[in-house]
Design a protein around this ligand. Structure first.
Ligand code: ATP
Length: 148
């Protein structure tokens, strides 16, 4: 039995779907949620959300947030959320490099925390963007499997 999943940010609803399983970057560690899970509220870290639906796997980078789990529904309110397919890798790499550069300039503590979070978000974006090519192939024999 599937579980309903909504992933929203201030700007948009990125996901409204039914999935077999969702994994989330909980503050106390990675959480795997199936239908029938006990209700809970948790904060989320900057990390990867993975939606499993049949043979399909969807990867999403989130910039932290909160999750409410109910037995039949998961609601994620994310600070930012991007699908692997929509991540602009050049933009993420540039932001990551800017953050690294800024850290070398010995910023004050508050600023340093912000920059470290930006570094983490953009390093994550690059990791999640690479998942694109790992998506399962469509059903049918692959080129390598073909006898010719
Ligand atoms: P930075 O890490 O550079 O400070 P940020 O994480 O604060 O960036 P913003 O510039 O505030 O990101 O992002 C504005 C919007 O753009 C958000 O909706 C975010 O999801 C999206 N976004 C940020 N970086 C990327 C990216 N590399 N590819 C696609 N969307 C992105």
């Amino acid at each position: 039995m599937p579980i309903k999943v909504d992933i929203v940010t201030r700007d948009r609803r990125l996901v409204s779907d039914e999935v077999d399983m969702i994994t989330l970057p909980g503050s106390a560690g990675q959480m795997g949620i199936l239908r029938g899970h006990a209700p809970l509220l948790s904060t989320l870290e900057i990390g990867e959300v993975v939606l499993h639906k049949g043979n399909d796997v969807r990867y999403i980078a989130i910039g932290g947030g909160v999750v409410e789990v109910r037995p039949d529904k998961v609601i994620v309110l994310a600070e930012s959320a991007e699908d692997a397919d929509e991540i602009d890798e050049a933009r993420a790499a540039a932001a990551r490099d800017r953050a690294r550069q800024s850290l070398e300039e010995n910023p004050p503590r508050d600023r340093k925390l912000q920059i470290e979070a930006s570094l983490q978000r953009n390093t994550l974006r690059l990791k999640v963007a690479r998942r694109r090519s790992n998506r399962p192939a469509r059903p049918g024999p692959s080129f390598e499997d073909s006898p010719n």
